[in-house]
Design a protein around this ligand. Sequence first.
Ligand SMILES: Cc1ncc(C[n+]2csc(CCOP(=O)(O)OP(=O)(O)O)c2C)c(N)n1
Ligand SMILES: [Mg+2]
Length: 352
Amino acid sequence: MTAVADLRTGRFSLPADRVREIYTLMVRARKLEERMIKMSKSGEGYFWIGGPGEEAFNVCLGLQVKKGQGPDYDYLHLHYRNSATMLAMGMEPIDAMRQMAMRRTDPHSMGRNFVGHFARREWNVLPVSSVIEIQYTMAPGTALVQKRHGGDGISIVVGGDAGTAEGDFASCMIWSSRPGQRLPVLMIVMNNHWGISTAAETQHGEEHIIDRGKPFGIPGEVVDGCDPVASWHAIARAMEYCRRERGPFMLEALVSRLHGHSSSSGAVRVENEPDCVTILEQRMLEAGVCDRTYIAHVHETEEAGIEQALEQVLREPQPDPTDVPRFTYAPSPVDAVYPQDYDDLPGRRRSS
Ligand SMILES: Cc1ncc(C[n+]2csc(CCOP(=O)(O)OP(=O)(O)O)c2C)c(N)n1
Ligand SMILES: [Mg+2]
């Protein structure tokens, strides 16, 4: 269909083509997560955690990353709800499902880590950690390399609201804001107002989480993370600041948690939080960005793609016991224990 209208939030807008691209990726992410929740209940995977309710912001983030390998490009220190960011960067849904189903073909962890624990060297995506918040201590490290290297690459770190209570969050602010040594770290906090079962309003004395950056001279912005137009432009502004100023910026996205914390709490759909997918559908219809036929088509196509991927994944092998210690440590000529640790990885020859 032809582009007929922009989608607008206040002073900001996005062209219809871009909105439809974002929407399609949001639906892909939602279908992927909903199918993986079912997998956790049917025994095709054993634990689920992910990002339903964060798709609008996460897609806008992934589409704007300067993607590549090495310090000229952005580094990503993600958390376990970033599937939509990875899909927007170009990850195939099947690669998330391979990890969910613990397949040897899983490119992130060879079937040996939780779902949503992405790692992709050629896109500077550092391995996601189950230990929350440690990504905030690593981001200044890659940002320091980028600052010394030159160019406009930045280090993007993402975590939740509750995790900001950890000392790692303070370490990130301290290391990113030293006088004369400011670092290009984009600190993103996904505020879903929960830390497992602990409500945010019982934990935060500050009005906004970004206020924590004020004593460090770290500027920040709060954005409606359910609104792709607002999110797109807030991310663009934050990235632009970090790239140009070679300093830190804090972005707080207000988002929903549509299936609770994880499969450990049942992953049941909650009804009392805004759903960014249905909100966007309504806005697109009202603005003339698309019609109902288009929306139905996107749902059908994305769901079919996910089902097809699952059928493929279930035919693939799981790791075997000899795989357990492999690829755990970096290769070393003096490694007497696992000298063949990195055999079979792309670009490395098998040792004799
Ligand atoms: C260091 C550490 N402490 C505690 C946990 C257990 N834990 C896992 S997720 C989580 C809550 C995190 O909440 P938040 O940072 O708001 O992120 P959300 O899950 O809401 O996206 C906790 C306490 C952990 N994984 N690591
Ligand atoms: Mg939270």
